[in-house]
Design a protein around this ligand. Structure first.
Ligand code: NAP
Ligand code: GLV
Length: 310
C-alpha cells in the first residue's frame, strides 16, 4: 500500500522518516514517482498539480498538509471526485498557533513596539500598562486553532470572546455566532485575532466597516489568510490612527512583494507565514491515526465539507 506525497514546499525526507517510524509497512512515494497507480491508497498533499492525483483508482483519502484547505481547494479540478479531503489537525499546529497568538497579544499588550522604538531612540520613558484582565481579546473563528489560542489567552488572564458560524460552548470564552454575534463582539475587542478559514463568506470580511467598529486604539492580529483582510482598508485604519497596530503573518499574495507598504509600516509587525507550521514529527502520528481509522472501516476525522468550504 502506497502513500503519495505531493508538495513542492514540505520536506519529503522528514515525512518519509516520521511516517516510517510509525508505519514501516506504508510505501512512501514522492510525486511524480507514483509507481503502481493502483497501489496508491492515500495522498498527502499541498497545492498538487492538476495531474498529480488523477488516475489513482484506489485513492481513499487526500490528507492536506495544512490546516487550511485552500492549498487544495484553489485547484478543485486537481481533486478526484468522491475522495474525502482531510484537514490537518495535529498538536504542532495547535500549540504553534496558540504560542504565536499569545506572543503577539502579549507584545502589543505590554507595549513591545513602543519600547523597541524607544530603545532605538535611546529614550528612557516608562509607560503605564493595563493588566491582562483589562484587555479584551476577540477571536474570529473558534475551531481547532481558535480554541487552542483561546485556552492559552485565558490562562494568561485575558477576557476572551470568540466568533463562529454555529453556536459553541467553550469554557471561559464568551462565544458568539452569526452576524449578530459579530456585531456584538467586534466593538468589545481591544485585540482582534483572525483564525477563520478562507471561504467565499469570510474573504474580505475584515474591511473598512469591521475595522471602524473596533474600539479606538485596537490591534488586529491576522494569522489565518491574507485575503480575509482588505489591505487598503487596513492601511487606512492604521494611518488615520483608529488602529494602534497590526500583526500580520499572512498576505493576499505571498511572498509579500518587496515594495509592499506593509514591510516598512511603523505600526505593522510582520512574519512570513510562520504562525503555525505542520511539523512532521507531531503530524505523522495524526496521519497514521487517520489511516488506522480508515483501515478499521471508520470515516476519517476532520473531513472537509465541500458545501461549507472548510
Ligand atoms: P477549523 O477548525 O475548521 O475552524 C474554523 C472556525 O471558523 C470554526 O469555528 C468555524 O465555525 C468558523 N467559521 C467558518 N466560517 C465562518 C463564517 N462564515 N462565519 C463565522 N465563523 C466561521 O479551522 P482551524 O484548524 O482552526 O484553522 C483555521 C485557519 O487557520 C485555517 O483555515 C488556515 O487558514 C489558518 N491557518 C494559518 C496558519 C498560519 O501559519 N498562519 C497555520 C494553520 C492554519 P463553526 O465552528 O461553526 O464551524
Ligand atoms: C498553514 O497556513 C496551514 O493552513 O496549515
Amino acid at each position: 500500500m502506497t502513500l503519495l506525497f505531493v508538495s513542492a514546499v514540505d520536506d519529503a525526507e522528514d515525512w518519509a522518516r516520521e511516517l516510517a517510524a510509525h508505519r514501516p509497512d506504508i510505501r512512501f512515494r514522492v510525486w511524480p514517482d507514483v509507481g503502481d497507480p493502483a497501489a496508491v491508497r492515500y495522498a498527502l498533499a499541498w497545492r498538487p498539480p492538476v495531474e498529480a492525483l488523477a488516475g489513482l483508482p484506489n485513492l481513499q483519502a487526500i490528507f492536506s498538509l495544512g490546516a487550511g484547505i485552500d492549498g487544495l481547494a484553489d485547484v478543485p479540478e486537481a481533486l478526484p471526485p468522491g475522495v474525502p479531503v482531510v484537514r490537518m489537525v495535529e498538536e504542532g499546529l495547535s500549540s504553534g498557533m496558540a504560542e504565536y497568538v499569545a506572543w503577539q497579544v502579549l507584545d502589543w499588550h505590554r507595549g513591545g513596539p513602543l519600547y523597541r522604538a524607544q530603545q532605538q531612540a535611546g529614550e528612557w520613558r516608562r509607560r503605564r500598562s493595563k493588566l491582562a484582565s483589562e484587555r479584551r481579546v476577540g477571536i474570529l473563528g473558534l475551531g481547532v486553532l481558535g480554541q487552542s489560542a483561546a485556552r492559552m489567552l485565558r490562562g494568561l488572564g485575558f477576557p476572551v470572546a470568540g466568533w463562529s458560524r454555529t453556536p459553541k460552548a467553550v469554557d471561559g470564552v464568551d462565544c458568539r455566532h452569526g452576524s449578530e454575534g459579530l456585531r456584538a463582539m467586534v466593538p468589545a475587542s481591544d485585540i482582534l485575532v483572525n483564525l477563520l478559514p478562507l471561504t467565499p463568506q469570510t474573504e474580505g470580511l475584515i474591511d473598512a466597516g469591521l475595522l471602524a467598529a473596533l474600539p479606538q486604539g485596537a490591534v488586529l492580529i491576522n494569522a489565518a489568510r491574507g485575503r480575509h483582510v482588505v489591505e487598503a482598508d487596513l492601511l487606512a485604519a492604521l494611518d488615520r490612527g483608529h488602529l494602534a497596530g497590526a500583526s500580520l503573518d499572512v498576505f493576499a499574495s505571498e511572498p509579500l512583494a518587496a515594495d509592499h507598504p506593509f514591510w516598512r509600516h511603523p505600526k505593522i509587525t510582520l512574519t512570513p507565514h510562520v504562525a503555525a507550521l505542520t511539523l512532521p514529527r507531531t503530524a505523522a502520528p495524526a496521519v497514521v491515526a487517520q489511516i488506522a481509522r480508515i483501515e478499521r472501516g471508520e470515516a476519517p476525522l476532520h473531513v472537509v465539507d465541500a458545501s461549507r468550504g472548510y
